[in-house]
Unconditional design. Structure first.
Length: 168
């Protein structure tokens, strides 16, 4: 599994602790440093190393078809750039998935949603379709899943590379 833009490394460490063979890609040297300290903060019996690579998501230094899954949580807008999506498709194995959570958050409380529209505004159907078009242009099938929490719903984009021989 590849995590793009791993930031502080929390998810990266959790994935490694759960037994995933995980690699992290992060462009920020400062966040690389923060994440490098994270395993030392975890208990010795649960810490498992994850490979961390300093590189842009638009030019990943990995072989084609190197990962079953690429994940990005609460990503910066670069995740939807055509170059980034093309790189995700390139590094995924046939049938592999790109999972992007946190492109936006939908507050469950209507009063909070009205008070915080800048941070928690619902996307328009046009914005959702534009995202789907970018994903399709990269050769991936796109669909949405919504994860619910007590106070919010987080739409998760799942984009799958067709399996060998499968058509889009």
């Amino acid at each position: 599994m590849l995590e793009i833009g791993f930031g502080s490394g929390e998810l990266l460490a959790e994935l490694a602790d759960c037994g995933w063979q995980v690699t992290g890609l992060e462009l920020s040297p400062a966040m690389q440093t923060v994440a490098a300290r994270r395993p030392a903060q975890r208990s010795a019996h649960s810490a498992r190393a994850a490979a961390c690579v300093l590189a842009p998501a638009q030019a990943m230094p990995f072989a084609a078809a190197a990962f079953d899954t690429v994940v990005a949580t609460f990503p910066a807008p670069y995740i939807l750039q055509p170059e980034t999506l093309a790189e995700c498709a390139r590094v995924l194995r046939p049938g592999g998935r790109l999972v992007v959570g946190g492109l936006w958050v939908r507050l469950q409380n209507e009063h909070l949603r009205r008070a915080l529209p800048v941070f928690y505004a619902d996307p328009t159907l046009g914005q959702i379709e534009a995202i789907a078009q970018h994903v399709r242009a990269a050769g991936l099938h796109a669909y949405w899943y919504t994860a619910a929490a007590r106070w919010a719903a987080v739409p998760i984009l799942i984009a799958q590379l067709p399996a060998s021989g499968e058509r889009m």
